[in-house]
Design a protein around this ligand. Structure first.
Ligand SMILES: Nc1ncnc2c1ncn2[C@@H]1O[C@H](COP(=O)(O)OP(=O)(O)OP(=O)(O)O)[C@@H](O)[C@H]1O
Length: 244
């Protein structure tokens, strides 16, 4: 399944923060949503997950929108937020059970997946712990496990590279690549350009709430006339061009 954003304009009040965004996250690919602080990455994601309603334009997963098929849309989508959100009164085990219920997953299969990931993230012996006892990185890992045990076809991962240690980033990227190999569409927002360049198949470059460029490295290098340019070089060139 692919995620398709068409002519999306939206924001918080009446003033649009993102304008006329247009991009696709194809099945079986990782797309990096790239932008500096305030570019509109989180606002875009809030629209995709349904926390904000578009002022105009559409967001669809294989033709399903939140308005036309809310259950189908939500079941197809898994989200890892930048800031972990856990229930203080539920243990780690209960969080996983809650995800299994919410996504109507096969319990045995989901727990098998969860146990493998919990072992990877060194959380396997903390199933009875409450969120208050977890570090921020541990909370983020719990959110990752909850997202990755689902059968979602579209994964939205907001700024995955800042709160996690290098080993955990590596483990997360392994999980993302497994999902891509299984045909999932993955949108990862970040301002850590070197890591994005290494792992994403293509990029959406956001600036001031607008898509300034899209494509894989070769397309972006050609567009900005930087044949050996890194994503960092390209982003800088784009920023300078916008201020000329
Ligand atoms: N709750 C809000 N109410 C009003 N404006 C907001 C709100 N959250 C963000 N904005 C504004 O929307 C714009 C885009 O912010 P957004 O959080 O989407 O950027 P971002 O690319 O995710 O940045 P960062 O990398 O810092 O997380 C900014 O100008 C910001 O001030």
């Amino acid at each position: 399944m692919s995620l398709e954003i068409q002519q999306l304009t939206g924001g918080y009040g009446t003033m649009p923060v993102i304008q006329q965004l247009e991009f696709t996250v194809p099945a079986g690919s990782i797309v990096g949503l790239i932008g500096l602080n305030g570019a509109g990455k989180s606002t875009t994601i809030k629209h995709i997950i349904g926390l904000l309603t578009p002022m105009s334009g559409s967001i669809a997963i294989d033709g399903k929108t939140l308005a036309s098929d809310p259950d189908g849309y939500r079941a197809a989508l898994a989200y890892v937020p930048e800031t972990p959100v856990l229930y203080p009164e539920l243990t780690l085990r209960e969080h996983i059970d809650l995800t299994i219920m919410a996504y109507a997953l096969d319990r045995k299969q989901a727990w098998q997946r969860a146990e493998a990931m919990l072992a990877k993230f060194r959380l396997a012996n903390k199933l009875e712990w409450f969120p208050a006892n977890f570090s921020k990185g541990m909370k983020q890992k719990v959110m990752i496990v909850m997202a990755f045990i689902t059968d979602a076809e579209v994964f939205i991962i907001d700024e995955p590279f800042t709160g996690l240690d290098p080993l955990a980033v590596h483990d997360l990227l392994d999980l993302v690549q497994e999902k891509r190999a299984g045909g999932a569409a993955v949108l990862m927002s970040t301002h850590i350009l070197a890591t994005a360049e290494q792992y994403a198949d293509s990029f959406v470059l956001l600036q001031d709430g607008k898509v300034r460029a899209t494509g894989d490295m070769a397309a972006l290098q050609a567009q900005f006339n930087l044949p050996a340019g890194t994503l960092d070089d390209i982003y800088m060139a784009m920023t300078e061009a916008a201020h000329e």
